[in-house]
Design a protein around this ligand. Structure first.
Ligand code: SF4
Length: 485
């Protein structure tokens, strides 16, 4: 799709965008001050904090934000953004060229060999069993491709990105090397003050909060939106809830950027992290008659203080519910929560009235579903251990690790080959984020290692990790050969 490349044209077109439906958030702008630059390492560290800060900005009990979620029409805003000349969400006609480059940079010979060999390969006394579905999903590949296209399309312009494009350190480093700069996060939030007219700003694969889009739109800068269409589908869903005055129950992690973005498009919402929180919610709705886990209204609000919309009242805002999800959550859990909510509404309002009190659309992303299904198949095999490869802040990877842990398989979640060795050592994370360093993790052979990777992980990272494992074994063999009989 052709797009504007000059600031002057952008500026004219922006003036033509109807402003009645896209109110400017001048009050919100004040939250984004100018500040000193911080190192990229610190920035990475603060990504999560930023999400939490943002999440808090939307939360009800504190009432800190001046933008009530239902105060403006996000659907209309998105529509007008789509037709503005400074917004692109489909690339710049360089798809073929960029996909060839991505292929060149991120593919792996070992993974190719594994695929040719029915996802199984034996090297010495180590057998690798690769999941049937793993690694880069369509949405991630598309996002990286569009970001690469943006660099080529705007060679001279300053390129910013509002967050990591995807949750993978290798890919993020590559964009950094291409001078795509991560927008600094400071005490008050992201420093949008650094973005100047004529700059280009990329939105990552998991999207951006509508308030961020508004700020950029107001600035008249070129926006390159790589948001995965699956994520946009969830936004459409919560907008439908909002229109029909249903409260969105979002199955997700309140600190995750995707959930923060989704919540920004919702009207009334509550975010539930897992089945335990869903049961608590349902128990509250049923006045303690579900499992007795809930308590007072004050306790409820304390528990969900960063997970509800502004002005949320559990006594009046839980009468009509719609389910939505962060696309990378455990598929089975989202389905279970949906069914639980539906049953609850039936119980409270009668079977004949369920439709008036519960709304459901399927928003589980295919890629997440396929990778989790493949993992469930993989753990049925006889494995000595699992290697789960993916960014440590990647939600979908955490769920692959979770499946291995639930099946009692020793499982090592690494974000790059740097975590493996030197010597028989590994540094890894567990599903809930605990960081562990372990000596002697690779047992003597023959052994079978199950391998999978998250949706934002290039195959090359799997290859590098497997190379590191084989290197440990080579060193062990050499040491044994040197020990006198
Ligand atoms: S995991 Fe699904 S929602 Fe997320 S980027 Fe990939 S395809 Fe899109």
């Amino acid at each position: 799709m052709a797009t504007t490349t000059t600031a002057a044209v952008s500026s004219v077109l922006v003036q033509n965008v109807p402003t009645t439906s896209t109110p400017r958030l001048s009050s919100l702008k004040g939250n984004f001050g100018y500040g000193v630059r911080i190192s990229s390492k610190q920035l990475r560290q603060r990504q999560l904090e930023a999400a939490v800060v943002h999440s808090k900005c939307h939360s009800g009990p504190s009432g800190e934000t001046e933008t009530a979620p239902e105060a403006f029409d996000t659907k209309n805003f998105r529509r007008s953004l789509n037709t503005s000349g400074n917004y692109n969400r489909s690339g710049f006609g360089l798809k073929k060229e960029m996909l060839a480059l991505i292929n060149e940079e991120y593919t792996s010979n070992i993974v190719k060999k594994l695929k040719e060999n029915n996802n199984s390969l034996t090297v010495g006394d180590i057998t690798i069993e690769l999941a049937e579905s793993f690694g880069f999903c369509w949405g991630v590949e598309r996002a990286v491709q569009i970001a690469y296209e943006a660099r080529k399309q705007f060679p001279e312009q300053k390129l910013w990105i509002t967050n990591e494009i995807i949750h993978n350190p290798t890919v993020n480093k590559r964009l950094e090397d291409m001078n795509v700069e991560l927008l600094p996060v400071e005490t008050e939030g992201k420093n949008f003050g650094l973005v100047n007219h004529g700059d280009v700003v990329i939105l990552p694969a998991f999207g951006a909060a509508v308030q961020e889009m508004q700020i950029l739109n107001d600035k008249g800068v070129q926006i390159v939106d790589t948001t995965c269409p699956w994520v946009s589908k969830v936004w459409n869903t919560v907008e439908k809830h909002k229109k029909a005055t249903y409260t969105s129950v979002i199955h997700g992690k309140p600190e995750h950027e995707e959930t923060v973005a989704t919540a920004s498009f919702a009207g009334k919402y509550i975010i539930v992290r897992n089945m335990k929180e869903a049961n608590y919610l349902v128990d509250y709705i049923l006045g303690g008659k579900h499992d007795g886990s809930s308590g007072t209204k004050e306790e409820f609000m304390e528990k969900f203080k960063v997970s509800v919309s502004k002005g949320f009242d559990p006594d009046t805002d839980l009468e009509r519910l719609g389910i939505a999800n962060q696309t990378t959550m455990l598929k089975g859990e989202t389905e279970e929560i949906g069914k639980l909510l539906e049953r609850t509404m039936m119980q409270k309002y009668g079977v004949g009235n369920t439709e008036d009190h519960f709304m459901s659309f399927n928003t589980i992303c295919d890629a997440t579903q396929e990778r989790q299904d493949a993992m469930f198949n993989l753990v049925k095999k006889k494995l000595d251990l699992m290697l789960v490869v993916g960014g440590w802040n990647s939600s979908n990877t955490s769920h692959l690790q979770e499946i291995a842990e639930l099946n009692n398989i020793p499982s090592y979640w690494v974000d790059s080959e740097k975590r493996i060795g030197p010597g028989n050592k590994i540094a890894f994370k567990l599903n809930h984020g605990e960081y562990v360093e372990q000596e002697g993790w690779l047992p003597e052979g023959p052994i079978t290692i199950g391998v999978t990777s998250g949706a934002s992980t290039p195959d090359k990272v799997i290859e590098d990790c497997l190379e590191a494992v084989f290197q440990i074994r080579r060193e062990q063999i050499l040491q044994q050969a040197q020990v006198p009989a």
